[in-house]
Design a binder for this molecule. Structure first.
Ligand code: PBG
Length: 345
């Protein structure tokens, strides 16, 4: 024996355990693992949320989302062209609104020439084949950072907000948005927006409802990106859902379907996979998850710190949405994932 080396442990080859089933057989080789794989992640599963800003600079970084920038309209058009080349089906743009344009009732949301509407027109003119899914909610536009209008005593008023959301949705749809995504969690907004669109002849504009949207701590970096973190008064717990509930999510989805939602969304994503699964299993309609800004930041910052393999964690997290039954995922990783999946083909 070599000096200093411990003796090699004895591994018995001679007596196999009497097992009928050995689960590891199917995992033994790459070809076999690929053959028995139950779910696949494809470019078709990706919706790319991006941030817009009225700026002479093409890109301004979002410090809490390393790798994500706010884009000028020109730059957003270039990214839309790239997304189309990669085969990403749709973009979900969000605006950083000039603070000077924000007011208590979010008037700028109704302006047919606001940043969002101009970006929608520019992207649709350059890349008509890409889907544009645009948020209906007032938070980028209100001086208090809430998704609806606020009463003098600080309550978020449901019905007056719904009326404004309808006008916001109409402006976006008239600018060319393909799909309106109400993310405000007011009651009755799906029916009201559907009726508004239909009355304007926009019967083909889709609605993807943020049906089960929770009052989550994972939205932090998004609020940084659209500039509502500093201004938000209080929290959103009187309209967004309590993270403790799932029966309530089923009711929310049921109501939104009855009101005319074409697709529904669960948000946030990974911590709410049980909700995704239940929604898909119960209703069977197109079900999406939003891998939100805080989820992105956790993976990306941990990867940059060397704690995890970022590429593997990103792909694994997205595959988990597929396993839970989601038809697709809104993810800030969309272009990177699409590059990887395209290169593998
Ligand atoms: C607001 C809205 C939010 C997100 C999408 N639309 C934030 C919020 O509700 O405060 C969050 C997305 C993310 O965190 O990536 N209507």
């Amino acid at each position: 024996a070599l000096r200093g080396n411990p003796p090699a442990p004895q591994v018995s080859q001679s007596e196999p355990l009497p097992l009928t089933t050995r689960m590891r057989r199917n995992r033994k080789t790459d070809w076999s693992r690929r053959m028995v794989r139950e779910n696949t992640l494809t470019v078709d599963d990706l919706i790319w949320p991006l941030f817009l800003i009225d700026s002479s600079q093409a890109r301004t970084p979002v410090s809490t989302m390393p790798g994500v920038d706010r884009l000028s309209i020109d730059e957003a058009v270039r990214e839309a062209e790239r997304a189309a080349r990669l085969g990403i089906p749709a973009l979900a743009p969000f605006p950083y609104v000039d603070p000077a344009l924000r007011d208590p009732v979010g008037s700028e949301a109704e302006n047919a020439h606001n940043l969002m509407c101009r970006a929608v027109r520019a992207i649709k003119a350059a890349v008509p084949e890409i889907g544009l899914i645009t948020d209906a909610a007032l938070d980028p536009y209100t001086s208090h950072g809430h998704d609806g209008v606020m009463s003098e005593d600080g309550r978020i008023l449901n019905d007056p907000t719904v009326a404004i959301l309808c006008r916001q949705a109409l402006a976006l749809a008239e600018a060319g948005a393909d799909c309106i995504a109400p993310s405000d969690m007011m009651d009755g907004r799906i029916a009201a927006i559907r009726e508004t669109l239909d009355n304007a002849g926009l019967t083909d504009t889709q609605i993807m409802s943020y049906a089960a949207k929770y009052a989550s701590a994972f939205y932090g970096p998004f609020r940084d990106a659209i500039g509502t973190k500093a201004t938000l008064i209080g929290d959103k717990r009187t309209y967004q859902m309590d993270p403790a509930n799932t029966d309530e999510a089923i009711r929310e989805v049921e109501i939104d379907i009855a009101e005319g939602a074409d697709m529904v969304m669960v948000k946030p994503g990974l911590p709410y996979l049980d909700v995704c699964h239940r929604v898909k299993a119960t209703f069977g309609l197109p079900t999406f998850a939003y891998q939100v800004s805080g989820e992105y930041a956790m993976i990306e910052m941990a990867a940059r710190a060397g704690a995890i393999d970022g590429e593997r964690a990103m792909l694994e997290s997205l595959m988990c949405f597929k396993r839970a039954g989601c038809d697709g995922v809104l993810t800030y990783f969309a272009p990177r994932v699409a590059e990887i999946l395209t290169a593998r083909r």
